[in-house]
Design a protein around this ligand. Structure first.
Ligand code: FAD
Length: 405
């Protein structure tokens, strides 16, 4: 089966749905191809910082999401051994959203036939005669598209066609989950991180009863990694065992968590220098979200940056390919031009706006990973120096404004 489509978005995660929604708000229809059978979200919750809220405001969904998660009032980091405390500056609106709430809200306003589930793209190529993108699906079908947007995450099949290499693996893993306190958790609306040399535990309340927590540890041997990834019970007990010196409430938070939400994640990244050097688009194919700038969650910015990508990409495309606005009643329909120069200009503008942003975010997380990982002492020393020079304003990244849709 061979079909033709105008704009095809590969991947219906945060970035793919946000991009489809941003285009829809600009009066441009798209098709989202998602390999899962339903909407789904990996990882219990996501921390949304001021820059993410600015993008959600532009997408027209921020007010709905504000109702589902409370705002953090402060943050602190505690060294477990000596109970020393430092405050974590928040820099504005910070909330912890259930990932599924975010996914549902982004999908809610899309026209009903936008997302095609159970549709895995196995490869993408540029048709040698027309230079148009050609998508090959796992059911043997093909789609000829005028524009392809790769929002297919860490192991993107689209990223390789624009020239990006495979992502690298950090020597750190994260476990995350939800703990529900039926009678209320009684915690302040506060982002807390407790750390020892071996393990960092962070938590944020989502609402009065639900708390999101995450634990960061160095990777152990490949054998135990495979076992931990498969068995949430083993994963939970191995963390609890390593929390000897933590306060009882913190240990109980992890031990009392809902096993179905406990998840093991190895951290992958796109090297910052690759984002700087390589093209982020080729012909009528472009990448966004983790497919472009996979980064570790130490700044809690990957998802927010994906929302920013969506706003900027839809704005650039609308500016260059829209010839006339529709009135929403089928009369005087929105007319689009998929001429090569129009698409090229849109993607050049998008790359110009997003490359620097993605570079600085991935660089800052890369430095933090070097400090947390098993790099030699001299490398850590140099990293601290670079961090002081380049990122003295530790929350500067939250002030970014992706602009109007
Ligand atoms: C442990 C952890 C904690 C994090 N915490 C935060 C946080 O607090 N704040 C924050 O802003 N960010 C956070 N992030 C980052 C954030 O989760 C990601 O940046 C974000 O999910 C990226 O969205 P995406 O849509 O680009 O990719 P994904 O969420 O990976 O979505 C990709 C989608 O594409 C689909 N897909 C993949 N391949 C194909 C294919 N070939 N065909 C069809 N469909 C396909 C997948 O099924 C999926 O639905 C965290 C990441 C991790 C690992």
């Amino acid at each position: 089966m061979s079909e033709e489509r105008d704009i095809v978005i590969v991947g219906g995660g945060i970035c793919g749905l946000a991009t489809a929604l941003a285009l829809h708000r600009k009066g441009i229809q798209s098709s989202v191809l998602e390999r899962s059978e339903t909407l789904r979200a990996t990882g219990a919750a996501i921390i949304m910082q001021p820059n993410g809220w600015r993008a959600l405001d532009q997408l027209g969904v921020a007010s709905r999401l504000r109702k589902t998660a409370c705002a953090m009032e402060s943050g602190r980091i505690v060294t477990v051994m000596d109970r020393k405390q430092e405050s974590i500056p928040l820099g504005g609106e910070v909330r912890c959203l259930r990932r599924m709430d975010l996914i549902n809200v982004l999908a809610e306003d899309l026209p009903s036939n936008t997302i095609r589930f159970g549709c895995r793209v196995v490869s993408v190529e540029l048709d040698p005669t027309t230079s148009r993108p050609l998508l090959h699906l796992d059911d043997g079908g093909t789609i000829k598209a005028k524009v392809v947007i790769g929002c297919d995450g860490l192991h993107s099949v689209v990223a390789s066609i624009v020239g990006l290499n495979k992502t690298g693996l950090y020597s750190i893993y994260v476990t995350r989950g939800f703990t529900r306190y039926e009678n209320g958790h009684g915690l302040k609306n506060e982002f807390v991180v407790m750390r020892t040399d071996e393990l960092q535990l962070g938590w944020l309340p989502v609402d009065d009863r639900l708390v999101y927590w995450f634990v960061t540890r160095k990777l152990t041997s490949p054998d135990s990694r495979a076992a931990l990834a498969k068995d949430p019970m083993l994963l939970k007990s191995s963390i609890v065992k390593a929390m000897n010196d933590f306060p009882t409430e913190a240990v109980q938070m992890v031990s009392g968590s809902d096993l179905s939400t406990v998840q093991y994640t190895e951290l992958r990244y796109r090297p910052p220098w690759e984002i700087l050097r390589r093209r982020l688009w080729k012909g009528a194919i472009v990448v966004a979200g983790d497919a472009m700038h996979a980064m570790a969650p130490f700044l809690a910015q990957g998802g927010a940056a994906s929302l920013e990508d969506a706003v900027v990409l839809a704005r650039c495309l609308a500016e260059k390919i829209k010839l006339a606005d529709g009135d929403g009643r089928g009369l005087n329909e929105t007319r689009l031009s998929f001429d090569k120069p129009a698409i090229k200009e849109a993607f050049e503008q998008y790359s110009k706006e997003r490359r620097a942003r993605a570079f600085w975010l991935t660089l800052q997380t890369f430095f933090i990973a070097c400090l947390l990982g098993s790099s030699p002492g001299i490398l850590k020393l140099m990293t601290v120096l670079f961090m002081v020079i380049l990122f003295s304003d530790g929350i500067g990244h939250t002030r970014y404004d992706c602009g109007r849709l």
